[in-house]
Design a protein around this ligand. Structure first.
Ligand SMILES: Cc1cc2nc3c(=O)[nH]c(=O)nc-3n(C[C@H](O)[C@H](O)[C@H](O)COP(=O)(O)OP(=O)(O)OC[C@H]3O[C@@H](n4cnc5c(N)ncnc54)[C@H](O)[C@@H]3O)c2cc1C
Length: 469
């Protein structure tokens, strides 16, 4: 076991980049300014430029391409959406199905776009397993999750139950009792994707400025430390890194998330744990334990972190040794054969939560502001879909995407989005929720002796969660 700090595996394994791209200096004009060179920002630039090649687009990134969550995530490209229940609430069965089909097809669409553009990002569609593995109560949780997916509108042939034997054919979790298989999920090397996309955008004529932190936005433009960009529309694509942009930070809450990677595993390890099809996997914990087998035969494994008072995002990547150990122990709990395997990487970042867990793609034509985010930890695929939605809205195209429930055309943020409560209430609610999750987890592990307490704790847990829903 290593001592922290460890590095971000994606940064260590992506081809290096030359020095920073030039910062914005002086006065310039563009049709569209994009704040943030993560997936939302770059995909928005890509679809705008593809649909309207004459547009002048400049991307302004505070640090380097992929500095935010997009260059640090767990690499799941999932064909569903956190917060979907809120979005489809009130829709007919057919509308729900159409929405879920759009989310599912989005996974293939990302793979197809990467292939068409020649971006090698280790995209692999192996589905996702949600295993009921670590304690008996997880089976009921996973069966309820499957029903929930179907109720949302996901097709039965795309999400189905694996019994213990079927699960064992795909992966060997300790004590596995079965689990949900979700067909429409891929995995990707996120930083290879982003760097490839950035290069492609530059070839298409989009200008990317790095080390160009936007200090303020005003109708029809933004100001950085060393320049000013006048633009008809400004896209704020900063998700969990919006602190510092007064306009957005009221609506999107940064939550920390942390990931580790193992050394490349040996053939005998893989024989013990399976995963020949390289599926993504998760267990039923509310702490969100998830991972996948990388192209170079490591396991990348993450679990949700915490919320910091004042909503400060994680700008640095290093995580404490205790965070690495916690994730390593969870991983070994799922796959005991990994005891003793070296953890070579560990890193963290911030993802964005919208109030009511409602992800959004919003355009306020009056002030020229467009934004997308609030993906709640499922933004790798969603950012692609929401960026396409934003591009259609900005170009005034009436498409299936602009009719999706996340699309808020001609809406002011103050009308379309709900604000988070002031501190310290946010911090307190977040603290209580994570304590109740950890408590629930501990009790579920000892199910037999504490069976009576568990339902009470689950109710308490839901009560806390409803504070922020
Ligand atoms: C550790 C971790 C694991 C995750 N795992 C997964 C996963 O497996 N699957 C999944 O679907 N999702 C996952 N997510 C969430 C997902 O990565 C994000 O939802 C998604 O990448 C958000 O993309 P974005 O482009 O909207 O924002 P970001 O990628 O966060 O980009 C925002 C950018 O804006 C820049 N910026 C901020 N302020 C300014 C400013 N004032 N001026 C200029 N630039 C600025 C930042 O430097 C940053 O580069 C994870 C997130 C984290 C942190």
């Amino acid at each position: 076991m290593n001592d922290a700090p460890l590095n971000n595996f994606w940064a260590d394994s992506a081809p290096g980049e030359a020095g920073p791209r030039p910062a914005l200096t002086g006065h310039h004009e563009a049709d569209v300014a994009i704040i943030g060179a993560g997936l939302t920002g770059l995909w928005t630039a890509y679809y705008l430029k593809t649909l309207s090649p004459d547009l002048v687009i400049r991307v302004l990134e505070a640090e380097r391409v992929g500095h935010g969550a997009s260059g640090r995530n767990g690499g799941w490209v999932i064909g569903s959406l956190a917060g979907l229940s809120r979005l489809v609430d009130g829709l007919s069965r057919d509308e729900r199905r159409a929405c879920c089909r759009m989310l599912a097809d989005n996974v293939e669409a990302i793979g197809a776009t990467l292939a068409r553009e020649g971006i090698e990002a280790e995209f692999h569609k192996g589905g996702a397993i949600y295993a009921a593995a670590r304690y008996p109560g997880q089976e009921a949780i996973q069966r309820a999750y499957l029903e929930h997916l179907h109720a949302l509108g996901h097709a039965e042939e795309a999400c189905y139950w694996l019994d213990a034997a079927e699960l064992a054919e795909r992966a060997h979790f300790r004590n596995a009792r079965g689990g949900v298989f979700q067909r429409d999920c891929a995995t990707v090397h996120p930083l290879k994707l982003l760097r490839g996309l950035a290069g492609r955008l530059e070839a298409m004529g989009v200008t990317i400025h790095e080390q160009s932190r936007v200090r303020s936005r005003h109708p029809r433009g933004v100001t950085t430390e060393s320049g000013h960009l006048r633009a008809e529309v400004t896209v704020s694509a900063t998700e969990g890194y919006c602190a510092g942009l007064a306009e957005m930070q009221r609506y999107v809450l940064p939550v920390q998330s942390q990931v580790i990677a193992t050394e490349p595993l040996s053939a005998s390890h893989w024989a013990e744990i399976g995963m020949d099809g390289r599926p993504a996997f998760a267990d039923a914990s509310r702490l969100v334990n998830y991972g996948h087998r990388t192209a170079d035969d490591r396991l990348v494994f993450g679990a949700r972190g915490n919320y910091r008072l004042g909503g400060r995002p994680t700008w640095g990547q290093a995580i404490p040794a205790s965070a690495v150990t916690l994730r390593r122990d969870l991983l070994v709990d799922l796959f005991p054969a990994l005891e003793g395997v070296k953890i070579t990487h560990g890193w963290g970042g911030s993802l964005g939560l919208s109030r009511r867990f409602r992800p959004h793609a919003l355009l306020d034509r009056a002030s020229g502001l467009a934004t997308a985010g609030g993906y709640a930890g499922e933004g790798v695929a969603a950012s692609h879909l929401f960026a396409r939605t934003l591009a259609d809205m900005i170009l005034e195209r009436d498409t299936d995407l602009t009719r999706m429930p996340w699309a808020m055309g001609d809406t002011r943020p103050s009308h379309g989005l709900r604000r988070w409560e002031p501190e310290p209430f946010r911090w307190l609610a977040a603290r209580l929720i994570s304590l109740s999750y950890a408590g629930e987890e501990a009790l579920m592990r000892r199910e037999r002796s504490l069976g009576i307490v568990r339902p009470a704790l689950a109710r308490l847990n839901d009560a806390f969660a409803s504070i922020i829903e």
